[in-house]
Write a new protein. Structure first.
Length: 369
């Protein structure tokens, strides 16, 4: 059956690439909320288009009050899922072609969101479509969930979980390969200097002339599994006395409270505050979910699928029972959020094949009695 699934994905690949090319033409940068559009008109347009496509493919669709939507196949008390997102970061400058053009050259599509995350989430949709077209009946419902606020807060998923129960297993195609079994924690810290001279000291000594490992704050934690803590995403808040915010990507060997306490000891007059925190996520490397995704990656690519960790933050921080899985292959870095964001057509097809086998094995084919 695996060979039949892979062949069906290949047969659907032309249709899939055409659909993705049209979807990346939609400017779905978050904008002010409007009637029926909690994240702006562009994001709502992308969600409507995704659900319309899924309905045309014969899937049942649900719009969760325009915060998220999903296409589903099969029926059961629980479900397996892939959860990606349709919202994108602003295009910025430096593009060789218009950022929402769906421009393709030499087997590569260039557009904002083609990698992060429309290409991968629609690869998931067509992966499930392959199973549907083959008439494969599954023991578990499978959902392809379309997020609308991943880039700016996860408020979409927060709302979804007030309306729908979480999956029993699943993944987010919004990171890298091989399967990611653990994510670092992510804390947001605020510092509020008492006067302008202390602000200059903060910027000169702790930001401009310091390493990203947090050593000046005495928070340079590391462990063998997760690696070195990283301080990044500095943001100056304007005011009579400017303030500073930054994020800390931290290993599981420490906590956000420990990080805050160490900063407080170093800079007590700057009133350090923990603004938000998402704790580390970790699965056992040999659990069924991780082991299955390792198998499907190795089966399709022939490459080593030993599970890895990530410094990034995905929907896995908030959605229970899911791990990051794809779409970027080893060596593919610094593509999303950049000018000329790209994804190879052949990589999109390979992703769809991996995801199709993943749904097949996670949801399990029903065996006739």
């Amino acid at each position: 059956m695996e060979e039949q699934i892979l062949q069906k994905v290949e047969e659907l690949s032309g249709e899939m690439i055409r659909a993705i090319t049209e979807m990346v033409k939609i400017d779905s940068v978050q904008a002010p909320a409007g009637e029926g559009a909690p994240f702006g008109a562009g994001v709502r347009k992308a969600l409507d288009a995704a659900l319309a496509l899924a309905r045309d493919m014969g899937f049942k669709t649900v719009d969760v009050d325009h915060y998220m939507g999903y296409a589903s196949y099969g029926e059961s008390e629980d479900y397996v899922c892939a959860v990606g997102h349709l919202d994108v970061v602003p295009p910025g400058t430096g593009w060789k072609q218009p950022p929402f053009s769906g421009y393709e050259k030499d087997g590569v599509i260039y557009s904002r969101g083609v990698l992060d995350n429309k290409g991968p989430v629609f690869a998931c949709l067509y992966a499930l479509y392959a199973l549907k077209e083959l008439g494969i009946r599954l023991n578990h419902e499978v959902r392809i969930i379309f997020g609308c606020n991943e880039e700016t807060g996860f408020h979409d998923l927060e709302y979804y979980l007030t309306k729908e129960k979480p999956p029993v297993m699943g993944f987010t195609p919004d990171c890298k390969y091989p399967v990611v079994y653990a994510e670092r924690g992510r804390a947001q810290i605020g510092l509020y200097p008492p006067d302008i001279n202390r602000f200059y000291t903060l910027m000169n000594d702790y930001v401009l002339n310091s390493k990203s490992n947090g050593e000046r704050f005495h928070i340079d934690f590391k462990d063998e599994e997760f690696g070195q803590l990283e301080v990044r995403n500095y943001k100056i808040l304007e005011g009579e006395i400017p303030a500073l915010q930054f994020s800390v990507s931290y290993p599981a060997g420490c906590t956000a409270e420990e990080i805050l306490e160490n900063i407080r000891k170093e800079l007590p007059d700057m009133k350090p505050a923990l603004l938000s925190d998402m704790a580390p996520v970790r699965f056992e490397k040999d659990c069924r979910l991780v082991d299955t995704l390792r198998y499907t990656y190795e089966r399709v690519t022939g490459m080593d699928g030993t599970p890895v960790t990530t410094t990034g933050g995905t929907y896995a921080k908030m959605m229970p029972n899911i791990v990051p899985f794809g779409p970027s292959f080893p060596g593919q870095k610094g593509i999303g959020h950049q000018p000329d964001e790209w994804m190879k057509v052949e990589d999109i097809i390979t992703n769809a094949k991996i995801y199709a086998l993943s749904f097949y094995h996670l949801a399990e084919e029903k065996k006739e009695s």
